[in-house]
Design a protein around this ligand. Sequence first.
Ligand code: C5P
Length: 407
Amino acid sequence: MNTCDNQTPLAGKRILLGVTGGIAAYKSAELCRLLIQAGAELRVAMTDAALEFIRPLTFQALTGQPVASSLFQGEAGNAMEHIELARWAELILVAPATADFIARLVEGQGDNLLLATILASKAPLALAPAMNQQMWAAASTRDNLQRLRHRDVLIWGPEAGEQACGDQGLGRLREPSDLLEDVIDFFAPGPLEGRRVLITAGPTREAIDPVRFLSNRSSGKMGYALAQAAWRAGAEVLLVSGPTCLERPDGVERIDVISAEEMRRAVLEQLPGQDIFIACAAVADYRPRQPARDKIKKQSERLTLELERTPDILAEVAARPNRPFCVGFAAETQELEHYARDKLAGKKLDMIAANRVDGDDGAFEGDDNELAVFWDDGAIELPRQPKTRIARELIAIIADQFSRRRP
Ligand code: C5P
């Protein structure tokens, strides 16, 4: 457990400061000093262009650590420094981030130590751009930043004002003291700190015979994004997942299940002590009444399967005494609010998030989603955006409503 007080709000936080080649690189030294003063464990990585603006010795003296700048001549002597740094960092902050560096990052290039480290790291990435105002306004820079935002990269700044080149406008590096505040905010306890959240995600598969099943098009992406967002908001998160191709989100515990009945059992077993239950899984509504023990042969022209209803996991959880705060999902093709509010009342939920699944918008399989969220005396529309981002917004709404009802 890290110790933390007002003087050292970043105590024990492992931050990699990346410095790229812009005139604002000199300000990184001040940022470095402020971060260390706030208690952070700091390592610095510089690009070759940054070395033209400021000497590594400055950072070495401030951090007491060697500065990483070469992919091949690092301390470890085995060309593995980028991997070691990538695993070590809890946050990578590139300040200043030049237009060129941003473009390379978008492309996924890894031909310098800092880019390779970012590629190899699961740590959140924040950029503090600094460049001439015309470069900042350039269509290519705008596009690149948009693409990075979609990948969940944090963009801090830039500021408007007088620039080193004499121009006025947006493009100045955010002040080191403001960047320090951004970093402190980033590490501040989230609204779900100390809470336990149980989430179901993905489809279920209902066996027809040993090799065939009934399922649906759910990718699990929304549930996984919610799990990640809830963890980032400070919660202890347990994900009960149907079959998906997705990796376990960082920090999240996952139980894999196949069928609706397996999902039900896992959820009920894990339920005690959970504060919030988010049922995001597209649980199959029906299953073959009697799955065949052997593979069904294609003998007859027609085959009739008798189906029965699966257990409604969410309704069962919501009907329990001392139940957690219950959030459901509703995928509808029409009359969104009407059906969503019906489910909210019918299943006795605290909140429901509804999305339209008609047309080609790919809400089930795609990377984007839009939601209409309803609760007893309120509603909010979350416009179309990447599932990772919409998940963060939905978690913030859930945390807010949860704290109002169960202070
Ligand atoms: O009634 P409907 O299937 O549309 O309700 C959807 C909501 O109920 C989702 O939150 C889904 O995860 C949950 N659900 C469930 N068990 C089922 C069917 C749906 O938990 N068998």
